[in-house]
Design a protein around this ligand. Structure first.
Ligand code: ASP
Length: 428
């Protein structure tokens, strides 16, 4: 008994990132051992995702409205907002360019032999729902995106988890509290702050079971994947992963060094818990509570910056997704023998960037957008079926890049506003 107790106390003293990582490795091992039967442990992982998702909407509302009410200075908000959006757009465009560059050089479509090609194409039947693609196309038209940010009914927006609408309402509500002054609005502002503390406490409690949840999610993903799908798509997957790695390990460290004077090692150590959660849940939204905690407690970015930039980033800033969309479009076009010239690829930079902004922060959300992009370059929509077999794994990888980009942004914007701790906090 005492052996168990000692092991448990040693385990609980380990750093959170290490514990989650251990869960990740254990889950992979379990998935390999159980094979398709590993699907059975999925509910355990889904419970973890739901526990995190449960707090996302109230957390975003309380933290943004409360942060805005206590910040109070509309000009400061405008300045931070402008910097954040410029950073988000610029890094997304760079990500797409990296993806396109690699996919052109490696030409992954050419590495699929005729037999696998026929097999893959046969598997595309029923892969897309045309009505859904049409809906996505309408929703991502530039002006429509802006219009859709305004909720018709805020309770509907909260209930449906429409992030951009919730963000807009929270900001306006916070601004209103600041405008009516302490006398009239102070009590609600305090209430928001207390509710926010309670949410943060809840996230901390959920994170205690993160290693278990992560292990179950990993097992249920690894188990059912057959080796043959993996083999024929290996080069394509390799290009996506290589592009993501270049963006994460070259572009981000460079930006951190140049714009925030911070080292990559420190950064990657600090954001490890958020990356592990992103990897296992494939959802930027489910990772948001952990990202918020990382930015405050481990990166030393002051709360009002994190509370403002991260919910926005989780929804609109998806570098990994944009890079993936570019590579996948090119790959599927190559398989169908459609050649995309320079100007068409330039167009892809724009569509991939817009599509990544319009992608919801949940697993597999970019697949209908990929279908829409194929349509714009004259490739049959069903082509998405070709890459579906392996998409879950790539989704995990791109979600890690998506949230890492948000966290790099928060450090850079925080530093430029004088809201980044000079001495990084010691890691627990
Ligand atoms: N799963 C991604 C995210 O939540 C979105 C996607 O690319 O499907 O960030």
């Amino acid at each position: 008994m005492s052996v168990l107790r000692r092991a448990w106390s040693r385990w609980s003293r380990l750093e959170l990132g290490t514990r989650i990582f251990a869960g990740l490795v254990a889950g992979i091992a379990l998935g390999l051992a159980l094979g398709p039967r590993a699907e059975d442990v999925r509910p355990v992982g889904m419970a973890f995702i739901r526990l995190l998702s449960m707090v996302v909407v109230p957390l975003v509302f309380f933290s943004l409205a409360g942060g805005m009410a206590s910040l109070g200075d509309i000009r400061a908000v405008g300045r931070v907002g402008a910097k954040t959006l410029v950073y988000y757009l610029a890094t997304t465009v760079v990500a797409v360019a990296i993806g396109l560059g690699l996919a052109n050089v490696v030409d992954p479509g050419a590495t699929v032999d005729a037999e696998s090609r026929a097999k893959l194409m046969a598997s595309t039947e029923g892969a897309v729902d045309a009505a859904r693609v049409e809906e996505v196309r309408e929703k991502t038209a530039p002006l429509q995106v802006l219009l859709d940010m305004i909720p018709r009914n805020v309770f509907e927006a909260l209930a449906r988890g429409e992030m951009l609408q919730i963000i807009l309402f929270s900001l306006l509500f916070g601004a209103a509290l600041a405008a009516i002054g302490r006398e009239k609005g102070g009590r609600v502002t305090e209430l928001l702050a207390s509710a926010n503390e309670a949410m943060i406490w809840m996230v901390g409690a959920v994170m205690r079971v993160a290693p278990l949840g992560v292990a179950a999610l990993m097992a249920s993903v690894v188990g059912p994947l057959g080796p043959s799908v993996l083999r024929s798509l290996a080069v394509y997957a390799g290009v996506v992963v290589a592009g993501l790695a270049v963006h994460m390990f070259l572009v981000y460290p460079l930006l951190l060094r140049l714009l925030a004077r911070r080292g990559a090692r420190w950064f990657f150590r600090a954001v490890r818990p958020a990356q592990a959660v992103a990897f296992s849940t494939s959802s930027s939204a489910a990772t948001l509570p952990t990202s918020l905690a990382c930015s405050r407690e481990r990166l030393g970015v002051s709360r009002e910056i994190g509370d403002f930039c991260l919910p926005l980033g989780a929804t609109v800033n998806m570098d990994g997704t944009a890079l993936f969309l570019a590579v996948a479009t090119l790959f599927i076009a190559q398989i169908y023998g459609v050649t995309l010239g320079f100007s068409e690829q330039l167009g892809l930079v724009l569509t991939a960037t817009l599509a990544s902004i319009g992608t919801a922060a949940v697993p597999g959300a970019s697949v209908p957008l990929l279908a829409m992009m194929l349509g714009t370059v004259g490739v049959p929509l069903e082509g998405v079926g070709i890459i579906l077999g392996i998409d879950r794994v790539l989704d995990m990888c791109r979600t890690v890049v998506n949230i890492t980009g948000d966290l790099v942004g928060v450090v850079i914007v925080g530093r430029s506003e004088g809201k980044l701790a000079e001495e990084p906090p010691p890691l627990p």
